[in-house]
Ligand binder design. Structure first.
Ligand code: AMP
Length: 321
C-alpha cells in the first residue's frame, strides 16, 4: 500500500491504472477505522482493480468545535488496517491540501440537506460533506465510490449530488456493521465511557422495538415512533430525533404503506450517535435466508428483553413490516 498526501501524487499514482483501463474504487473515511469501514474497503477490493481509501477528518462538516477536537485520530493504526483489508493507495491529505488558501467554493444539495441531521447540525454540515465528497471524487476520479448505510441521509445527499453534477461514478452502499450487542459501529463509540457504552444500546433497542411492532402489522408511524422512543427510556437516553422517512428522499412518511426508513439520533453523554433501520413491506417478511438467520441478530441484551428482530449484523438492516 502506498500513502500519498498530495492530489498531484494521487493523480500520478493512479495514472498507469487509468491508462490500462483498470477500475478504481474509492472509500472516503474520516479515519479511526473499524469493521464498518473495513467492510467498505473489502467490498471495494472485491469489485475493483485498484482500491483508494481516503483518511481525512473534514473540519467543514463539524458543527461543534469540541466534536472536531476530540474526534479520534490514529493514522498509523488506520494505515495498517487499511493495508490488511486490501487498500492499494491511502490518501491522507492535510487540511491545507484540501482547502488551500483562497478556497471559496461550496457544493450544496438543497432540500434533503435541511432535514433531520441537517436541521440539528446546521446547513454547514451537509454543505461540508457535499463539498469534500465532490472534491474527493474529482481527486481520485473513481469508477465506484463506497458509502455506509449507517449514514443513510448522507447517502441520499451524495446520490443527489452525483446525479446533479454528472459525476461519472457509481455509488455503492454497504450495510451497517454492528457490534455483537447490536450497537452500530462508529468511530465515536470509542469516546463512550463504560456506563455510556451500556446506555448507547438505547439506539438498537429503539430500532428493534419499531421493527417488532411493524412486523405484527402496525402501519401508523406515530405508533411506531412512540414504540421506538419508549424503548429508549430504560436506558435513560432521549432521542434527539426519531422519524420514519422515504429512504430515497428523506421526506417524512405519514404511514408505512411501502418501505420506510426509521432514522434516529441521540446524545449519550457528550457523544452523538445515529442509526437507522429499513422497515420493509410484509412481502419480504421472514424471508431471511439460513445464512442471515445465523448471522448476529441484535441480541436480547440490547433490547431490555424485547424479542429478537430481523436486524442482522452485516446484513441490510431490513425489518419486515
Ligand atoms: P466516517 O469515517 O464516519 O466518515 O465513515 C466513512 C464511511 O464509513 C461512511 O460511508 C460511513 O457511512 C461508513 N460507515 C461508518 N460506520 C459504519 C458501519 N457501522 N457500517 C458500515 N459503514 C459504516
Amino acid at each position: 500500500m502506498r500513502t500519498v498526501r498530495a492530489v498531484t501524487e494521487l493523480r500520478s499514482a493512479l495514472a498507469p491504472d487509468r491508462r490500462a483501463g483498470r477500475t478504481i474504487g474509492l472509500v472516503p473515511t474520516m479515519g479511526a477505522l473499524h469493521e464498518g469501514h473495513l467492510s467498505l474497503i473489502r467490498r471495494a477490493r472485491e469489485q475493483c482493480d485498484v482500491v483508494v481509501v481516503s483518511l481525512f477528518v473534514n473540519p467543514a462538516q463539524f458543527n461543534e468545535g469540541a466534536d472536531l477536537e476530540r474526534y479520534p485520530r490514529a493514522e498509523e493504526r488506520d494505515a495498517a488496517l487499511a493495508a490488511r483489508a486490501g487498500t492499494d493507495v491511502l490518501l491522507a491529505p492535510s487540511v491545507e491540501e484540501v482547502y488551500p488558501p483562497g478556497f471559496a467554493t461550496a457544493v450544496e444539495v438543497l432540500g434533503v440537506s435541511d432535514r433531520l441531521e441537517g436541521e440539528i447540525r446546521g446547513a454547514a454540515h451537509f454543505r461540508g460533506v457535499s463539498t469534500v465528497v465532490t472534491k474527493l471524487l474529482n481527486m481520485a476520479q473513481p469508477d465506484v465510490a463506497y458509502f455506509g448505510q449507517k449514514d443513510a441521509q448522507q447517502v441520499v445527499v451524495i446520490r443527489r449530488l452525483v446525479a446533479d453534477l454528472n459525476q461519472p461514478v457509481r455509488v455503492e452502499v454497504v450495510p451497517t456493521v454492528r457490534e455483537s450487542d447490536g450497537l452500530a459501529m462508529s468511530s465515536r463509540n470509542a469516546l463512550l465511557d463504560p456506563d455510556e457504552r451500556r446506555r448507547a444500546l438505547a439506539l438498537p433497542a429503539a430500532l428493534r422495538a419499531a421493527c417488532e411492532l411493524a412486523s405484527v402489522g402496525e402501519r401508523r408511524t406515530g405508533a411506531l415512533l412512540s414504540a421506538a422512543a419508549e424503548a429508549m427510556a430504560p436506558f435513560d437516553v432521549e432521542p434527539e430525533y426519531v422519524a420514519i422517512v422515504d429512504p430515497d428522499t428523506f421526506a417524512a412518511l405519514d404511514a408505512l404503506d411501502g418501505t420506510g426508513l426509521l432514522v434516529l439520533a441521540a446524545r449519550v453523554g457528550e457523544v452523538r450517535l445515529i442509526d437507522n433501520v429499513l422497515l420493509a413491506p410484509v412481502a419480504t417478511s421472514i424471508a431471511a435466508t439460513a445464512e442471515t438467520q445465523t448471522s448476529a441478530a441484535i441480541p436480547a441484551g440490547a433490547s431490555s428483553g424485547m424479542p429478537t428482530s430481523h436486524l442482522h449484523q452485516g446484513e441490510p438492516t431490513t425489518c419486515s413490516a
